[in-house]
Design a protein around this ligand. Structure first.
Ligand SMILES: CC(=O)N[C@H](C=O)[C@@H](O)[C@H](O)[C@H](O)COP(=O)(O)O
Length: 229
């Protein structure tokens, strides 16, 4: 799939993030592939997936384009979404259409540089690069480093971004008004109305995760919602 056709395939459509970490009940690539198949049945245009093994399983099961990432913690940095070349290489081996990586201005492990990772991906594969950012400043930095699109994934999860209960509509609006690459709205989108509002603000497409694929979170919202006190 060419970059252009990936971008047109997801334009104004829903991307579903199918992720379950090791400590979550649904962890496992077979389960994630089935979750992705359910998302496809419901109309997902692409899947966001964590770990090389899950990316491969989701691609095989669904045939949908996949945005791959690897969450990994290093002791010398707060960056945990595809932090270093090691994770990039693991992902390239399973050929995701897009590699998502932390593109905040924070220092990466081993002092690796975002620009080098983006260049490596572009020179060695057909994968596009999705920049997971938290602020306008991050987005400007990421675009300078050559990324193909920005996503608001990390707003609310860094020390310099607002801790909102819901999605960061303001950031999406500001990005759409100022950035020259597609802006993906991601993070705490929990209703179809919020997703539609993001598109109205100019988002290229929408990523929804927990509200679709994390049943323990959905259950919690009901359990808390019916509590009387
Ligand atoms: C901050 C972070 O680690 N975000 C992760 C990024 O891949 C995922 O855990 C989220 O599920 C994804 O961004 C979608 O967001 P939400 O699940 O809120 O719809």
């Amino acid at each position: 799939m060419t970059s252009l056709s990936f971008l047109s395939e997801i334009n104004k459509k829903l991307i579903v993030s199918c992720q379950a970490l090791e400590d979550e009940p649904l962890h496992g690539s077979e389960i994630m592939a089935k979750m992705a198949q359910s998302a496809k049945k419901g109309g997902a245009s692409a899947i966001r997936s964590n770990s090389a093994i899950d990316v491969a399983a989701v691609k095989k099961q669904t045939g949908l384009p996949v945005i791959g990432l690897i969450k990994r913690n290093y002791p010398d940095s707060e960056v945990f979404i595809t932090p270093t070349l090691k994770e990039v290489l693991e992902l390239l081996a399973v050929e995701p259409e897009v590699i998502a990586l932390d593109a905040t201005i924070r220092e990466r492990p081993n002092k690796e540089r975002l620009k080098d990772l983006v260049q490596y991906i572009h020179e060695n594969s057909d994968s596009l690069v999705m920049a997971d950012i938290a602020t306008l400043k991050d987005a400007e930095y990421a675009i300078d480093c050559g990324v193909d699109m920005v996503s608001t994934t990390l707003s609310g999860y860094t020390s310099d971004s607002p801790k909102l209960e819901g999605p960061d509509f303001d950031l999406v609006e500001q990005l759409c008004n100022t950035m020259k690459v597609p802006v993906i709205a991601e993070g705490r989108i929990s209703t179809p109305e919020q997703a539609r509002k993001m598109l109205e603000l100019g988002a290229w497409s929408i990523v929804v995760g927990g509200a679709i694929t994390r049943p323990h979170n959905i259950t919690k919202s009901f359990a808390e919602g019916i509590r009387l006190t």
